[in-house]
Design a protein around this ligand. Sequence first.
Ligand code: AP5
Ligand code: MG
Length: 216
Amino acid sequence: MNVILLGPPGAGKGTQAKRLEKRHNLIQLSTGDMLRAAVASGSELGKKAKSLMDAGHLVPDDLMISLIADRIDQPDCADGFILDGFPRTTAQAEALDEMLAEKGMKLHSVIEMKVEDEILVDRITGRYTCANCGAGYHDSFQRPKVAGVCDACGGTEFKRRADDTAETVRTRLATYHAQTAPILPYYQGKGILKAVDGMAGIDQVTDQIERVLGAA
Ligand code: AP5
Ligand code: MG
């Protein structure tokens, strides 16, 4: 099963992708995480991407398409993947179709996570992750069971993303509406687009996604 989670910054793509990964034995392909790893490693890609990401702009299509094409070629993707953060432009959506067709693979579902802009700013500015295992938390909505200790690995160091400022979130939202939302009709036309209410609680969103996948 190959699935796309599509939605604005803070919609819950990463949160839900991690749950799907475990339940369905799929691989999460987060282009944002791949780019952050490239920035941390100081690679050429990371150097090109850093200032664009920090400003809330998209990284050029050619770089993103070759990044995801190389990743989908890895054997672990053969049993299914969840795309989180890709495609983000019409050019990326068309390139994805081409690369899947070449491999005899297809997309089963594109799940749009609908959330109003006003609450996304709170979600993003309150987000943090475990520095050791990457588990995601939120100051109000998703706290660790024991304050300051990661539920998943017991780690006690946490970090916040450089682009998770109130100002950059507004640019990221504008970028989403201008460049990414226009690909929704592309998938609507293929009959594989389903929407879920991303404003619901985290567990309720998971239930909605499971229902969509069960029907796919
Ligand atoms: P990326 O890392 O993909 O960021 P994004 O799309 O802005 O999305 P986020 O990761 O911020 O949000 P999310 O939907 O994963 O939400 P999360 O689950 O964490 O991309 C970063 C940058 O990289 C881009 O701006 C761009 O520069 C570049 N880039 C990446 N891909 C690219 C591409 N294909 N082309 C070009 N450039 C690209 O949830 C957010 C918070 O809310 C968490 O704290 C969570 O605990 C909480 N939360 C989640 N769900 C709920 C809920 N239902 N109720 C309450 N709280 C919730
Ligand atoms: Mg994410």
